[in-house]
Write a protein that binds this ligand. Structure first.
Ligand code: ADP
Ligand code: ZN
Ligand code: ZN
Length: 718
């Protein structure tokens, strides 16, 4: 008997079905079965898709069909729901099935032979046996819930959702997740839960908190993590534990949304507004949006949580009688052990400060006072390095990157100029490369400079009670900086954070890395040095991101009730009356959201319209734009002829191709075209069909010089 099997493999194909190949096998195999198949000269991992080959593309040349090389029968087939999730994601994000499916599997699974796989599994089984059953000891660390938390947990149990848990920072959202997960896993001894967080490296405490809670209840092996910081064997181990149902809780980053979790009953998306849920390469999926889809597919409850929800989720959680589809659960109060009141927001009008001052006098004074009281301060600026550009006042030379349309950032620490786009780095010349002027100066500022300036400004301040022989006046202030530059080495972030927690740092300087999520107990002052840029950005989502970042940062201050009564957030701004800062002052997210939504509605922007970006890369900007404009013209010329397409086309607008914000990176020119529609379905229909037009345009003269193109559905940055 010979069966023709459709198998998904990872081929660089643009069309959804381009990666479904047909192979021969002597017996039928269930869809979802993992197989090894020959592909060109190599052998690769494949996933059996459907049994009959009718849907496979390509003209079947039966004589050329090759045999399945091996079946990985030690791993149970992937569930129909998992297959459907992959099918949906591939279609929605306009990528090939094979790419999405194979990228969703742990890398090591692609490498191991069936025999190696068998050995791996035997080893896993032995260690699971050794671990033994949990001791079921009652858990002491579980606090009594507040009324708001109780209400949220009860609603999550009683309703179907999806839920938007809208809770202030420090309102105890994590506790709601923990108890919801626990209730569910106790009720159904086989149920599994998926908890997603934006960046696991930033929140090692969370992993510990979950382990501490669930280890005694369900066994030390019940919790697995899934994120890119793990080694390949670790990832495979965790993936298999979830796939086989041994792991009851999967804690992971966006990639975990594709994990095989056959008995999935609950999905939590913590900090659901965080941009890192959106993938920036390959299939540019939103793990948050896929979580909602997956929840519906698997009849699992979905809880999105945030103090500053994305406007999309906020809008979807409006009252049901106004068309809302998510149930909003509100937790406005902070937990008792956290200071009751959020920090006081103070705006410093920089128009009245010395020109070019980095720190206003009142802010500096406030920092000194805090430090003298033994409290910690946090200063953040969203730009690393010393200065974003070096400049010669004589000839006008600037530190442009030769390969990108961007300036190279000056890093004083190693006197280098680094391009943050392509990585091109060299040492700073002693004199201006343009005219020889020895006096080239930095313009603008980054965290490195903030740290330097602050060290200087605070050099006369001595920590109280530290007078000793070595420091007759007392010890100097201890400054630390945390950003992508200081944390390049594995483990340094952990060490640096530990130093802050231990109180070994008086003033912490950093990028948004320090503004998110950390439970710093002794910080009583948070300062944003120069946040105005986002108010005037061409990206319509910039204010939303700034507001949420400042709210997050504010949440870092005054977490300890004993210190927090007088904690403050300082905003240095040239726009002190801007409505965004006014809303921030009252911590009034609903008011901010309402005004943003009103603006978006008026301009017909998301969530009132749906967007996709097509990006093209070519050797020249003209070529990149020509390709996009031709594909657009072809769409209106060709597709208008297609039977029944007039209505869809009428609902979709294509804009002219424009250069991307950073239009050249590593000598490649980049252009983009915005596609917009008031109807998500129409946009989807259009994109699906447009693929073939784009494909065809590539071989026309307009496609000359094109390197690649890709579609980004629901782009986060325009
Ligand atoms: P969020 O995630 O909303 O910022 P957390 O869940 O981290 O807040 O809670 C803030 C702090 O309050 C944590 O230290 C947590 O252990 C504590 N906490 C949460 N719920 C309770 C409760 N019901 N009783 C006492 N402490 C609590
Ligand atoms: Zn560059
Ligand atoms: Zn010069």
């Amino acid at each position: 008997m010979t069966i023709w099997l459709s198998v998904l493999v990872h081929t660089p194909a643009h069309s959804v079905l381009g990666s479904v190949l047909t192979y021969r096998h002597p017996a039928p195999l269930a869809p979802g079965t993992l197989v090894r198949v020959p592909l060109g000269a190599r052998e690769t991992l494949g996933v059996v898709w459907h049994k009959d080959s009718d849907e496979a593309t390509g003209e079947l040349d039966v004589g050329k069909l090759r045999d399945v090389a091996g079946v990985i029968d030690t791993v149970a087939p992937l569930s129909p729901q998992w297959q459907q999730l992959v099918r949906f994601a591939a279609q929605y994000y306009q990528r090939s099935l094979g790419e999405v499916a194979l990228a969703a599997l742990p890398p090591q699974l692609r490498e191991l032979s069936p025999l190696q796989m068998q050995r791996r599994l035997a080893r896993a089984a032995r260690s699971a046996e050794k671990a033994g059953p949990p001791d079921k000891s009652p858990n002491a660390s579980e606090p009594a819930l507040t009324p708001e938390q109780t209400h949220a947990v009860e609603q999550i149990q009683a309703q179907t959702g999806p839920f938007l848990l809208f809770g202030a920072t420090g309102s105890g959202k994590t506790e709601v997740y923990l108890q919801s997960v626990q209730a569910l896993l106790e009720r159904d001894p086989r149920a599994q839960a998926l908890v997603m967080v934006p960046e696991i490296n930033l929140t090692p405490q969370l992993e510990a908190r979950f382990q501490e809670r669930f280890g005694p209840l369900f066994g030390a092996q019940a919790l697995v993590s899934l994120h890119s910081g793990m080694t390949n064997p670790q990832r495979l181990g965790a993936w298999l534990a979830a796939h086989e149902g041994r792991a009851r809780i999967v804690l992971g980053t966006r990639m975990a949304v594709f994990a095989s979790i056959p008995r999935l009953a609950l999905i939590v998306v913590d900090e659901e507004h965080d941009p890192s849920y959106k993938s920036g390469e390959g299939a540019r999926y939103s793990a948050r949006d896929l979580a909602i889809y997956r929840g519906k597919l698997e009849q699992a409850k979905v809880v999105l949580g945030s103090a500053t929800p994305s406007l999309e989720s906020w809008y979807l959680s409006r009252a049901a009688d106004q068309g809302g589809r998510y149930l909003r659960l509100h937790m406005p109060s902070r937990i008792g052990s956290v200071a009751q009141d959020l920090p006081l927001v103070r705006r410093v009008d920089m128009n009245h400060q010395a020109r070019n001052a980095i720190f206003s006098l009142p802010l500096l004074q406030a920092i000194k006072e805090r430090v003298l009281r033994g409290e910690q301060c946090m200063v953040f600026l969203n730009r690393r390095g010393y200065a974003p550009v070096l400049h010669c006042a004589d000839c006008g030379w600037k530190s442009a990157c030769p390969h990108c349309s961007a300036y190279r950032v000056f890093h004083k620490i190693d006197r280098s100029l680094r391009c943050h786009h392509c990585g091109f780095t060299d040492r700073v010349a002693r004199a201006c490369p343009g005219c020889g002027n020895p006096d080239i100066a930095p313009i603008g500022r980054g965290t490195e400079q903030i740290e330097e300036v602050l060290a200087d400004l605070l050099s006369d301040v001595r920590r109280p009670g530290t007078v000793c022989a070595e420091f007759p006046l007392g010890e100097p202030i201890r400054l630390a900086r945390i950003d992508a530059d200081t944390t390049r080495l594995k483990g340094t972030l952990q060490t640096q954070l530990a130093a802050v927690h231990a109180g070994d740092v008086d003033v912490l300087v950093g990028t948004q890395m320090i503004a998110k999520g950390h439970d710093f107990r002794r910080i009583t002052l948070v300062a944003a040095v120069n946040p105005d840029g986002a108010l005037f950005s061409s990206d319509f989502r910039a204010p939303e991101r700034l507001f949420s970042l400042l709210m997050q940062a504010a949440g870092r201050a005054g977490r300890d009730a004993r210190l927090g009564q007088h904690s403050e957030v300082w905003i240095q701004t040239f726009q002190p009356l801007h409505p965004l800062y006014a809303a921030l002052k009252n911590y009034d997210y609903p008011a901010f959201a309402q005004s943003q939504l009103a603006e978006r509605a008026q301009a017909a922007m998301p969530p009132f319209s749906f967007q996709a970006l097509v990006r093209a890369e070519a050797r020249s900007q003209e070529a990149a734009q020509a390709f996009l404009n031709a594909a657009s013209a072809n769409a209106s010329a060709d597709m208008a002829q297609w039977e029944g397409w007039a209505e869809t086309l009428a609902q979709v607008s294509l804009y002219a191709a424009v250069p991307m914000a950073v239009q050249r990176v590593a000598n490649i020119e980049r252009a983009q075209m915005l596609v917009e529609s008031p109807s998500r379905a129409a946009l989807q229909r259009f994109l699906g069909a447009w693929q073939s037009v784009l494909q065809a345009t590539r071989s026309e003269p307009a496609g000359k010089g094109l390197i690649r193109w890709a579609i980004d559905v629901d782009p986060l940055a325009i």
